[in-house]
Design a protein around this ligand. Structure first.
Ligand code: SAH
Length: 350
């Protein structure tokens, strides 16, 4: 068998030759490798997402988008744009619900993983794939969705030390990798209320996420439409480290075996909202996923589904509970809406 170098081998050689690398580079390289070499979703994989738990999630996303489109006067030439569509389950459920509401948009997926593109092709016909938003056509209103996309984008970490704030780097540490303090960061780059935080305090930002939401918001503002961003995170920026690794449904050490576990960080919705508003859209929420789904009618949908398939009633109700209950996904997961200035506000935020 040929000897294949793992990503860890390559990163080790890189750090050995050039010195420690920024946390954001480590996370970007690890996730690019991770997503391009496997389908990580579901019971047999590493983690499970809302659309994989219940068809109602995608259906209600589709209904919310079809509703805002109907109230905008049913414009033609609409594009459904999904960022990081995973297995395509959310899109399949959302597009079915949209079709029932009289909406059949063109479908555009932003996806870099060849393995997941193949899975998506099996579930959704006539998809146009893109590596990023740059190649998305510039005409036609956009109805966009991103579920658990932003948490996978790289974060930058800064760490407080006895001699001031520093960029956090990834260095070699025996058979593992280790975070280490790098070059000093000017005080002005640190929000005033944490500037004098105790040594060891970590501040995370995600320039990649801010850049992504800015491009998305600019397109929605320019072309018309709305976007729904769903992820775990916080409504207000605060200090603290949230970078985590998940493998086979358990937390793992993010500094070990990069590229073999899903690396994510909590999404800073305040930063996303600020960037989106600056780019010219109206921002709605964020609100808890549980409240949002309740306002869109998940309880009525649960009972209708359970009635139509009584043998699956228990499973349908269990799925609803997992998505909605505050101690499950209902509170940690936030939903934020964006809408073009001339479009109505999407449902579910008030
Ligand atoms: N939305 C899906 C999958 C979430 S997993 C669900 O809810 O089930 C994250 C998804 O984002 C995967 O499809 C992954 O391949 C994709 N992804 C991660 N980083 C990306 C990037 N930089 N550009 C495009 N897609 C990316």
């Amino acid at each position: 068998m040929p000897y294949r170098r793992t990503l860890a081998d390559r990163l080790r050689a890189m750090i050995d030759a050039q010195g420690p690398i920024p946390v954001s580079d480590y996370m970007a390289l690890a996730n690019a490798h991770y997503y391009s070499t496997r389908d990580p979703l579901g019971a047999a994989g590493d983690f499970t997402t809302a659309p994989e738990i219940s068809q109602m999630f995608g259906e209600l996303v589709g209904l919310a988008l079809a509703d805002v489109w109907a109230r905008a006067g049913r414009p033609a030439g609409v594009r459904y744009v999904e960022l990081g569509p995973g297995r395509g389950t959310l899109a399949a459920d959302a597009l079915r619900a949209m079709r029932a509401a009289g909406l059949e948009p063109a479908v555009h997926f932003i996806e870099t993983s060849p393995i997941l593109r193949a899975a998506q092709a099996g579930r959704v016909p006539n998809v146009c794939w893109h590596d990023d938003l740059a190649t998305l056509p510039e005409e036609g209103p956009i109805l966009a969705v991103a579920n658990e996309f932003f948490d996978a984008l790289p974060v930058r970490q800064l760490v407080a030390t006895a001699t001031g704030w520093r960029e956090r780097l990834v260095a070699l540490g025996g058979d593992s990798f280790l975070p280490a303090a790098g070059a000093p960061v000017p005080d002005a780059a640190i929000p005033g209320h944490i500037r004098h935080a105790p040594p060891g305090t970590v501040l995370e930002t995600s320039p990649a996420s801010v850049a992504y939401v800015r491009l998305l918001a600019r397109r929605v503002a320019m072309q018309g439409g709305a976007a729904l961003i769903v992820d775990y995170g916080h409504d207000r920026a605060s200090a603290g480290e949230t970078l985590q690794a998940v493998r086979r449904h358990e937390y793992a050490d993010p500094w070990r075996e990069p590229g073999e576990a899903d690396l994510t960080a909590h999404v800073d919705f305040e930063a996303l909202a600020t960037a989106a508003a600056e780019a010219g859209v109206r921002v709605h929420g964020p609100v808890g996923q549980g409240d949002w789904l309740a306002r869109l009618g998940i309880d009525a949908r649960t009972e209708a589904l359970a009635r139509s398939a009584p043998d699956r009633g228990e499973e349908v109700r269990a799925g609803r509970d997992r998505l909605v209950l505050p101690e499950q996904m209902g509170r940690l997961f936030r939903v934020m809406g964006l809408s073009a200035p001339a479009w109505p506000a999407p449902e579910g935020f008030a």
